[in-house]
Write a protein that binds this ligand. Sequence first.
Ligand SMILES: *Cc1c(COP(=O)(O)O)cnc(C)c1O
Length: 399
Amino acid sequence: MSAPAAVPAAVPGFAAADHPAAGGLLTIDLDALTGNWRRLRDALSPGTECAGVVKANGYGLGAVTVARALSRAGCRTFFVAQLDEGLRLRPTLPRDARLFVLSGPAPGTAAAFAAAGLIPVLNSPEQIAAWADLARARDRALPAAIHVDTGMARLGLTPGEVAALAADGGVPPGLRPVLVMSHFACADEPGHPLTPRQIEAFRAARAAFPGVPGSLANSAGVFLGPEAYHDLARPGVALYGSNPTPGRPNPMADVIRLQGRVLQVRCVDAPGSVGYGASHRVACRSLIATVGIGYADGFPRSASNSAVGYVGETPVPMVGRVSMDLVTFDVSGLPADRMVRAGDLIDLIGPHNPVDDLARRAGTIGYEILTTLGPRYARRHVDRARRGPDRGDGKDSGS
Ligand SMILES: *Cc1c(COP(=O)(O)O)cnc(C)c1O
């Protein structure tokens, strides 16, 4: 793969002396995050607003921290998936920011949305009725987004339900639609035939909501061109550094770096094996470095015998199975003067092995690597604009 034109600065790492007891050290570069948001915003047409999707605890990086950074960069609209996420995040956002909740009100929860100032995404005729009932009971207009399904078949009004709503005179009184939205199923697969069908279906559905701003594009949708833009884009994963254009160079900057602590280095003689199931056999005398990160930290077990770590510029293959708290690397290839020792750090996600690279080796996607980053890591936020370089042990809910 060729390098992107402008190579962004690598996420700085921890020094070995930092947090000596932590098996895993996670650096979150908030400047890279806000840089990615600006890059996406600038790629859109001038009339299209760029929101930030911060569901699943800000894709694992900390919803409060991420939303605060995006908010400082100028982001005014945010999306989470669930009511509880919204209730936690809403008080930390500026008053004029909008926070949408994608799953909408479950039965009996509409009042909680309204009380907290959360804007529900209404995904069904039942949710629309519940929100309109509440507006009538309160005798005031309540803002909401309407989700129309254009081919995802997951959430949202079917074309038939949209037609029925329109025939019925449109959205019920009291419900103030501030957004009509839909979601792509295959935006990250160039040339997929479903994408133009969804773009056309969305254009048709919007006719039932005259004057209401529209939103269709997720991260990959931002790279589909203006017909996907409408009034508001909803990027998530690209903000966090994962490639929204698979198969092409990543236009986004890396946001995280994950370093693992070497606990021991041992010599294993042939014939011998490493780890559970003896799945790695050593063919000749090998140096094995054991690192204090495991699947309990969200490091995927499916990356067993397949992930690659880096010591500086030098790759070291992961050998043996990923255990709950430990992984093992064959470091025999390191030159003697660069040999790792107990206490040293190995990059598990870094400039040479970014999130998507680990995801591919584990048979998954960057989304899953990000959203399962574990609570045991020592976390540090880089925020040069605010606190100077390499500072800030900012805390966020790891949950
Ligand atoms: C998660 C989600 C997004 C963000 O998608 P990315 O692919 O992460 O950019 C946007 N819209 C909806 C409805 C979502 O569920």
